[in-house]
Design a protein around this ligand. Structure first.
Ligand SMILES: C[S@@+](CC[C@H](N)C(=O)[O-])C[C@H]1O[C@@H](n2cnc3c(N)ncnc32)[C@H](O)[C@@H]1O
Length: 296
């Protein structure tokens, strides 16, 4: 499969490339399809791109049957149509993806591997900014995080993350909060004194203006969210805490490095790829770690 085409895919030529290459197929483990159109079902093809409600349970034992059965038992009809059923290696059962909610697991391959292997996550207090389907937050809980606060400004994403949390049985360890569109900073829905051991985000990567709620998954005008994340790290990280950001945009990563230097934060790329060798937009996303230097 051609990697790197999906998130970039709002460029018409690359969307064409994606369609030709068969990206956007859903239903397989680690199936891709989100970056083109921010998870818009129009790009996805295949059986599970058809909107369906949880109450329309699939056959028992199938992915759709499992997801439907659990959700019906737990909460009844969901607030938004399901457009696909997906699975990733790190989670023991399928997730559901609601209409308009971002799905591109290639964004967070390194991030999810890092989470699964990180012994310091056990019992940790985690914040995820921009949770989408809840994918990364749920991986943190699966890896033993004590609690996760997850935010999103797409109302469907907020409900989607809650639904997937119910499906996985993590109860109240996940606290999903909706960010108002009029004040989209990284910290808007946090209490003044809330701090975390780990702050993670796979935010929008490109400096463009979003026009629809789906496009907030892709576009961060003026890199305002990026700036907000990095400038707030010092205040929101507990001593020894870490911020992990997943980005697949060279300009955005250079901007993170610049703002982190300004804020006197330590930063390093947790990746063997060199920025100089990468195209402007690429997949899988690259992980950047920010920490507050000891004693500063
Ligand atoms: C690229 S998607 C990532 C979703 C999910 N974390 C994942 O990896 O699948 C970015 C998400 O951030 C959300 N978002 C954009 N701006 C935001 C903000 N200011 N605060 C919270 N969430 C935001 C979008 O709605 C979208 O769900």
């Amino acid at each position: 499969m051609l990697q790197g085409c999906a998130r970039v895919g709002l460029v018409v030529g690359l969307v064409m490339l994606q369609l030709v290459a068969g990206c956007g197929r859903a239903g397989d483990s680690e199936a891709t399809g989100g970056r083109a159109g921010g998870g818009l079902p129009a790009v996805a093809s295949g059986v599970d791109s058809q909107p369906a409600l949880l109450s329309a349970a699939g056959p028992a034992g199938t992915a759709q049957g499992q997801a439907s059965g659990a959700a019906v038992a737990g909460a009844g009809k969901p607030a938004y149509p399901i457009v696909r059923y997906v699975s990733v290696d790190q989670l023991p059962r399928d997730l559901v993806i609601f209409d308009s909610v971002f799905w591109e697991p290639d964004d967070t391959v390194s991030l999810r591997q890092k989470i699964a292997a990180d012994s310091r996550l056990r019992g940790a207090a985690v914040l995820e900014v921009g949770t989408g389907s809840g994918l990364v937050s749920l991986c943190c809980l699966q890896a033993g995080a004590g609690s996760v606060v997850a935010t999103d400004l797409n109302p469907a994403a907020v409900e989607n993350a809650r639904e997937n949390c119910r499906l996985l049985g993590f109860g109240d360890r996940l606290d999903v909060r909706r960010v108002p569109r009029r004040s989209p900073g990284a910290w808007t829905v946090l209490q003044a004194d809330e701090t975390f051991d780990l702050i993670i985000s796979n935010p929008p990567w490109e400096d463009q203006r979003p026009e629809t709620v789906e496009q907030f998954a892709l576009y961060d005008p003026g890199f305002e969210l990026l700036e907000s994340l990095v400038t707030g790290a010092r205040q929101r990280l507990r001593p020894g805490g870490r911020m992990w950001l997943a980005y697949g945009c060279v300009t955005a990563i250079r901007q993170i490095q610049k703002v982190a230097d300004r804020e006197r934060l330590e930063h390093r790329l947790l990746d063997e790829r060199r920025l100089e060798d990468l195209p402007e937009l690429f997949l899988p996303g690259l992980l950047i770690e920010l920490t507050v230097p000891a004693g500063k």
